[in-house]
Design a protein around this ligand. Sequence first.
Ligand code: 13P
Length: 283
Amino acid sequence: MALTSIGPALRRARKESFAVPLFDTADMQSTEGMLRAFSEKEAPGIIGLYAGMLDHPNARALAAYIRIRAEEAPFPVSLMLDHGGSPDQCRTALDYGFTDVMYDGSRLSLEENIARTRAVVEFAHERGACVEAELGQVGSGSDYQSFGARRKGFTDPDTVERFVAETGVDFLAIAVGTAHGLYDGDPQVDIELLRNIASRVDIPLALHGGTGCAEEQFRAAIASGISKVNVATDLFMAAGERMAGVAAQKSYFEFSRLAADSFCERSGYYLDLLGATGKGGPR
Ligand code: 13P
């Protein structure tokens, strides 16, 4: 049974300088493709469910499906809430059997972000789950020129030690120049800032907004302390393109098969790039 909190794998990643990906899923096909890639690459991995999906009527059933399939996986697989919007939403995810949760209080004041993150940590730890929080604010790629490219929302390194000490959080998402979705322009990861943050805390650090980052930026970020990388848009776009390529066939079964294949191939690409391949077994 490999369904498990990703805590041990991420702590190993931080020590051994590789990164474990979180891929956001949407359905059975995307989940199946990711799981096949984790298995083929003998890698640990995180299947993320974006918080908005938790409000869908099939959320509990989808979580149960992912859990059962992950239990059958040969290597550690976590089911993680991505960008939980409130402590209540994190509690719901744990009730649905998620192994880890992200609580995103990045839009709040520092004090409020600390207080709410600490509350989530308390009840999540009681249930054996790890918690990721966000400090600074990772924006949207479509606003990149007016936000990230101007260093808006970047994590203030002077707040990091206090935030981690007072919340007891397990992993920290930081804002160092990436953004969610397609970028308006090219992302620039501030490696100096990342190094500065990594020198202050020893918990795994997460880089969100993986879509559109150059391979060298991933390598530099991992060498400088990133242990978790979130990717979503790229996987969905690649699958969409693959399906559009056979649209004339009008075969639902063909679309479905190609979608899973595409998720598997793109997930495999990232597992290799992030150095997670072969890291699923005991060290
Ligand atoms: P992208 O969609 O930009 O890859 O970002 C994913 C992400 O960070 C989810 O939390």
